[in-house]
Design a protein around this ligand. Sequence first.
Ligand code: 26W
Length: 817
Amino acid sequence: LALAPVTGPASSVDGFVRQFLRNLNYERGVPLSASSVNDRYFALAMTVRDYLMARWLEDLRRQRETKPKGVCYLSAEYLLGRQLDNNLLASGLGEIATEAMAQCGIDIDEMRAQEVEPGLGNGGLGRLAACFIDSLATMSVPNVGYGIRYEYGIFRQTFVDGQQVEQPDAWLTLGSPWEFPHPEGARKVAFGGHTETYDDGGVTRSRWVPGWHVQAVPYNYMVPGYLNGRVNTLRLWSAVATDAFDLRIFNSGDYEEAVRAQTFAENISKVLYPEDSTPQGKELRLQQQYFFVAASISDFLATTLGDDDIATLPDRVIFQLNDTHPVIAVPELMRVLVDERHLEWDAAWEITKQCFAYTCHTLLPEALEVWSVDLLGRLLPRHLEIIYRINDDFLDEVRERFGDDEMRIRNMSIISEFPERSVRMAYLATVAGSKVNGVAELHSQLLRDKVLPDFNEFFPGKFTNVTNGITPRRFVRLANPGLSELITEAIGTGWLTDLERLRELESYAENPDFRAAFGEVKAANKRRLNEVLFERDGFEVSDGHMLDVMVKRLHEYKRQMLKVLHIVTQYESITSGRVEAADIQPRTFIFGAKAAPGYAMAKRIIHLVNAVGSVVNADPRVEGRLKVLFPPNYNVTLAERVIPAADLSEQISLAGKEASGTGNMKFALNGALTIGTDDGANVEIRELVGDDNFFLFGMSEPQVEDLWAAGYKPADFYQADDNLRRAMDLIASGAFSDGDKSVFEPIVSNLLYDDRFMVLADYSSYIAAQARVDAAYADTDAWTRSAILNVARCGFFSSDRSMRDYIDRIWHTPPML
Ligand code: 26W
């Protein structure tokens, strides 16, 4: 990667100071002496922005000129995290800015803390999108990320008496210096109404007569590549009422009605749906989905394809569908091509098939999105017609190949008939997409063999795998400056854009000085974590404790309950006197997890974690050797502090349920060892780091299948294992709920009599693996050696590599030189 020379107004400390003061005075309208923290933060951000601006404009100009094929990533979520440090790093301005702020008497850390992270995503899927656009910019691949500018992102989590209470995430209250609104680039998005046919000079055509419209206003965000002078664009849409809508009602004098109409329109981009993995069949959600993809397609055609022949569209763009949320883009492009551009159906379908590819991010059947025909027909009547036609043509082909195999036809139909007539969005995406990919080897294999086997047979070569990745710029360089420095001292700077070079660290694992330095970095990271934990929650990781971390959305399949049972087992063994507290390896457990507001069991588990924490942390018999911390509102900003401090990474989902996981990769690359099942990308992590450097436990996916087939009875496992019985009984006894047995009874009975995710079946194997962890941790030198090997061998998990795989296997979009 070429290093762009640092030039321009901000490229020296003096220049930076001048530009900063100019922004403070002329953009914020305040003198330094009377400026607020927010004014100073804005002026600083704008100064970084100014520096990147020339590069942004230059990239846009070159793209207009050379017309390369680009990637339009369509995603309902982007979980970006804070932007200031990222953009300072990408522009190479970190040191200059720090020095410039010091000269102005400003603490740059205070500026960092001022930024509210845009939480425009739920979890893994949204964070993955943010990593991908970072990598594409760093690799100079033309890309626009399209999405929604939610006014409220993922809710802010608080705890009241240990129970989750959601607060709105008003991230825009103080404004954002990183966004550029372009009201002049607004696109009109239609909804409702009906369809009709008309005669167009002897040709009968269909058209949509919509019932109402909403304006989609784009906000652009810079996506700078790492030190390569490249800036791509993230374009998020905000909904506003159309003038016409307002005016008509205003003129009639009904102001209240006018305001209502405005509210109705603007609700579309008001708030992110906090459901993760369970679709809420809500009309507003379908409105959001159509709103952003219709605006994005229209935007791409108007601003990028322009007057060029529509038939060249596949040479110019691939629309990547980030799960099923944007799949309504498929009939939308067909509608534009057939109804508006008057292409023949078959020609339009040939173009459409080349322009889309689909990534599936789940294996849970309940997470596969469907829309009722009733709702879809009301909101998007023309799209429903188009979907029916796509399905008819597809099923004709199936019949041609397999004959009238009605069972197969019913199984493969995009339209399902039960429990109500509805559209299976994953099937639509699979039929339309040029490629379909899963997000880790195991996941892609299960997708082919278990979820969509008929489609795999019908479309040979369509299914592929791209294992997820994470950006090393944010999750190693920025989150772990100590480790980054140590790595660079050892192997030079190239690793940040060529992460496989971490392999060169392997030999350092045998070097005692390097191990000592590595251990010191880990200790320093725990202190860095303690600074923020203490300030935000009054928490501290205890000295000399192993830091054992489980951070991810709260879901039963991820099995936070297994972690709870481990803690309760240790606690019970001390309080019953069977084990001396002094014989227990001291551990601090950190949980971070939001539960979907409507997911009652998940919320109960959060309550239990907090309740166990209160009891364990306060019990003198434990002698401070076990400590349970659950900082509320886990987000990207907190992740950046927690992950580099961790010793042990908990990746304990039931095999076959976690599509990939990406937190697992972040921990390994920051020198934590993993205790994990053979699930998702854990499989690939273990293959790379080796069995000696990974604590594997639990059933494999085929063993899970076998146990189900044999008839799983969780109560048998409860009866057979003394430790398990004692732990469950302690929870059931009310020991963590002031004697009230009813509070956690639903959790206990769910595990005993249902246990969909086989917590009890994997318990004994998990406890045994944790004993191996304790033994391994006791040998500090050997542990550190393993941790270094984890870092050295996980370069594969860079999102740069994921992007290369997408480019080679799916997109065929060369970098711009
Ligand atoms: C419509 C309801 C809904 C909402 C979100 C269904 C499904 C989702 C997502 C697909 C859930 C999700 O974030 N999946 C995660 O995607 C990550 C990135 O690929 C994977 O690493 C995780 O394993 C997967 O759970």
